[in-house]
Design a protein around this ligand. Structure first.
Ligand code: 3PY
Ligand code: MG
Length: 234
């Protein structure tokens, strides 16, 4: 296990108690998933409030959209995971939407009171992770990785496998320097940024960690509840 490996949980559901329990279970971070999870704005705000003061919470926004990124950060997320980023231009947009001027173009709303993080400095830093999950992103991966302000490439293996026309396991097990996942890890390392990926199960997360990913999503909230229930019954 690489020393720098961090392991996260992926939250799809809206329950504050379950999310707070998972966030306090030893994971290094959690992602609140607004793209494929069931979280609207008000659920995201409740989950961020329920997990405040613990591990970093990143929000996967529904799409690359400055407004959605701003709302997640205003609500207290420490970073965003932006799906389907295809090009350097889109990576630049994600990065700029995450940062206040002069680094970026995020709008500041300190007057929003309890809704904005109190005391947040206008230049405080946030994590900008861009998802590599399309054929276009893979083709442009070095340029995306080198984009100023991009902190992490984050692979969506389900979408990437679909886009490349291969089975998920074929993508995960492909070997050699030209294998897609190797290329993504190498691009992140060359750019000096993090290489993240969605595992979704502990076994896939371990495979991804062995490939060199340093930031892996181990399981969803749903799977964690299932695993816990099964373990309790056993
Ligand atoms: C993918 O695998 O495509 C994802 O986006 C994981 O959430
Ligand atoms: Mg995806």
């Amino acid at each position: 296990m690489p020393t720098a490996l961090t392991r996260g949980a992926w939250i799809l559901g809206t329950d504050t108690g379950i999310t707070a329990a998972i966030a306090a279970s030893g994971f290094d971070w959690i992602v609140l998933d607004q793209q494929h999870g069931r979280l609207g704005d008000s659920e995201m705000i409740s989950l961020l409030a329920a997990t405040e003061g613990g591990v970093p919470r990143w929000v996967r926004v529904r799409s690359l959209d400055d407004g959605l990124i701003g709302r997640a950060l205003d609500a207290g997320a420490q970073g965003v995971v932006v799906p389907m980023v295809d090009s350097r231009a889109q990576a630049e947009q994600a990065s700029r939407a995450t940062r206040y001027p002069p680094r970026g173009a995020r709008s500041w709303g300190p007057f929003a009171g309890g809704y904005s993080s109190p005391g947040e400095a206008p230049h405080s830093d946030m994590v900008c992770a861009v998802m590599i999950e399309t054929a276009a992103a893979l083709a442009d991966v070095d340029s995306i990785a080198a984009t100023a302000g991009v902190d992490m490439l984050f692979v969506g293996p389900f979408d990437l496998a679909l886009a490349l026309g291969v089975e998920l396991d074929t993508l995960l097990l492909a070997d050699g320097p030209d294998a897609p996942l190797h290329r993504i890890v190498d691009a992140a390392k060359r750019a000096g940024i993090k290489a993240g990926a969605f595992g979704g199960t502990p076994a896939r997360a371990a495979t991804l960690a062995a490939l060199g990913f340093d930031t892996v999503a181990v399981a969803s909230d749903t799977l964690l509840v299932q695993l816990g229930a099964t373990a309790a019954l056993a």
